[in-house]
Design a protein around this ligand. Structure first.
Ligand code: PEP
Length: 251
């Protein structure tokens, strides 16, 4: 649907100290100042969020986090709440990234609690879903994704859910240099949108942005963005360099 404003989001993962993040954010802010019809977001590490948000204040680039915990506050050593992220300057939060699922025991049930907490507090969650190479090769892609979406979005319907973004990130394409072809990605995005339509209705499914993630680079972004159900990208490695990321947001 043509009314979906594209979103290009950069996931800086566990890279960049505060000063390094500030330098890249300043450069990106200047390089992307002419971008008006695409939303841009960058997600630095927790320690750099407030500094980056400060640099980006007044620009059209939003700041996001890479994770959160669903409780409001309490004795949860090492965790961070939605309101803490908001007060540091975040408007988006990435949830259920495959690295969190793979290395930190994040289950679909936990992603559901995190999405729920994010929408209740007014953050825009980017829920990541994706299949492994083994699952793709054994024809399980759609069933794996259906389960991640079904559990991840269970009991969530609320007004704030309009802020929800989905990111399809095939695990085999993350950081590997292998991108899903535009047709492979489009097939999955169409499937995801029709599943969302079944659960949440046609209007909601037409409005929700579904991003593609997995080795997105300046030379493959245009063909991906030309597909009807691809509404943007979640970019890892290629978001770390301001010049490279700027080329992507100028697709
Ligand atoms: C990611 O981390 O979400 C990602 C897609 O990484 P990369 O672009 O490096 O494949």
């Amino acid at each position: 649907m043509d009314t979906r404003q594209p979103l290009i989001a950069g996931n800086w993962k566990m890279y960049k100290t505060g000063p390094e993040a500030v330098e890249t954010a300043k450069r990106l802010r200047d390089l992307a100042s002419d971008v008006k019809t695409t939303d841009i977001m960058i997600a630095p590490t927790f320690t750099a969020i407030a500094q980056v948000a400060d640099i980006l204040k007044g620009s059209s680039i939003a700041t996001g986090a890479q994770n959160l915990y669903w409780e409001k506050e309490g004795a949860y050593t090492g965790e961070i709440s939605p309101s803490m992220l908001i007060s540091a300057g975040c408007s988006y939060v990435i949830i259920g990234h495959s690295e969190r699922r793979q290395f930190f025991g994040e289950t679909d049930e936990k992603t559901q609690k995190k999405v729920d907490a994010a929408v209740k507090e007014g953050l825009k969650p980017i829920l990541c879903v994706g299949e492994s190479l083994e699952e793709r090769e054994s024809d399980k892609t759609f069933s794996v994704l259906d389960k991640q979406i079904e559990i991840g979005l269970k009991d969530l319907f609320s007004e704030n859910l309009n802020n929800l973004v989905i990111a399809y990130e095939p695990i085999w394409a993350i950081g590997t240099g292998k991108t899903a072809s535009k047709d492979q990605a489009q097939d999955v995005h169409r499937h995801l949108r029709s599943g969302i339509e079944k659960n949440f209705g046609k209007d909601f499914s037409k409005g929700i942005r579904i991003l593609y993630g997995g080795s997105v680079k300046p030379d493959n972004i245009s063909e991906l963005m030309a597909m009807p159900d691809i509404d943007g990208a979640l970019v890892g490695g290629a978001s770390l360099d301001a010049e490279t990321f700027s080329k992507i947001v100028h697709f």
